[in-house]
Design a protein around this ligand. Sequence first.
Ligand code: HEC
Ligand code: HEC
Length: 344
Amino acid sequence: MSEDQNPSGDGKGQTRKQHIQSAESASRNPYQNPDGGITTTGHLWDDDLADFTNQPPRWWMLALTASAIWIVVYWLYYPSVPIPTSNTFFKGMGGWTAIKEEEADKSEVDTVRGKYEAKIKDLAPAAILADSDLTEYVKRSGKVLFGDNCAPCHGTNGVGTRDKEGLFAPVLDDDDWLYGGKIDDIYTTISGGRQGMMIAHKDTLSAQQIDDVAKYVKAMSNEGKGTADADPVVAAGKKVFMESDCTGCHGADAKGMQAMGSANLTDKVWRFDGSLKGIERTITYGVNSGDPKARIAVMPSFTAAGKLSDADIKKLAVYVYKFGGGQPDEPAAAPAAAPAVSAK
Ligand code: HEC
Ligand code: HEC
């Protein structure tokens, strides 16, 4: 609709100018609705659609003004505009930074943690384990500690990492332990480190003897020790096992000794390559024996490394115990025979 159109609907057919003139000459408000209605702005659309000149409601005006003020305050208080010339930005008058906010949040967390951490500092690992609140706390907070320090070798959650030589480091979430699964054993392992040693046999046993004894070990793992002992096919290997130095470290029952971390050779758990060739290699060159082809197995001492506090090591002991393989100090039922120890 053209601007020339009559804004009020009064005197149809007049131009806007004519309407205003005739209204003014009659001392009427040209914008007043002749029906006695509300004053309009004079704009008209579609013949009879006009803008009223009503004020917006007061609450609305107040809200509008308040938000305008809020924007200015907010803008001045917080870091806002970049200053292109100085390659920086307006820092805000409140001194707020993301780092400060994070630190404030952190100190809040520290207060909550502090309560637990103080207790852990003074308690032995077994006492921490006995306290269900503390154990729950350790289970939650130990994840990062384990992930940073242990997972590279032991795998996420202790599931182990493998290469073609076998496990890079023992699985920690089973109940099969080289050095013992009681809470104090685990603590001692982490704190002091471990390094199982098996001498090389390339100079003390013939290739034939090594082949024989490897077959006997494989048979014990596959069939169980009783069956292997009665198996004439591996009798020669059994003879080597009983008569050379194997029993000195692995025991006459071949179940290993926790004190030296010698492997249980009667189970199906293999720490190193468990194929016949792999077993022969372990026997020929040994473990940490100093032979250039020896298998290497070193659990570092975290106390010596100085990287972790004693409290951290205690937490990790409880954390590892709680993977599920931890063994109680007093076995509930009388153990049948020698404690089960085995390689991973
Ligand atoms: C550099 C690799 C490496 C790192 C890092 C490492 N470990 Fe080990 N860990 C080993 C090896 C290798 C062994 C086995 C030693 C052996 O066979 O004599 C082992 C053994 C263990 C054992 C004994 C397992 C058993 O069967 O008795 C525990 C428990 C253990 N580690 C816990 C940890 C914890 C907890 C951390 C982190 C604080 C950690 N390890 C960090 C390599 C590592
Ligand atoms: C000086 C002690 C010692 C002697 C002697 C010894 N072992 Fe071991 N053996 C160990 C230790 C310790 C380990 C575990 C190494 C580790 O995991 O850190 C081991 C590991 C093994 C493994 C690997 C187990 C696995 O899970 O991968 C085999 C196989 C084995 N020994 C067989 C023998 C045989 C057979 C003899 C006799 C010819 C023998 N050992 C003599 C200490 C010894």
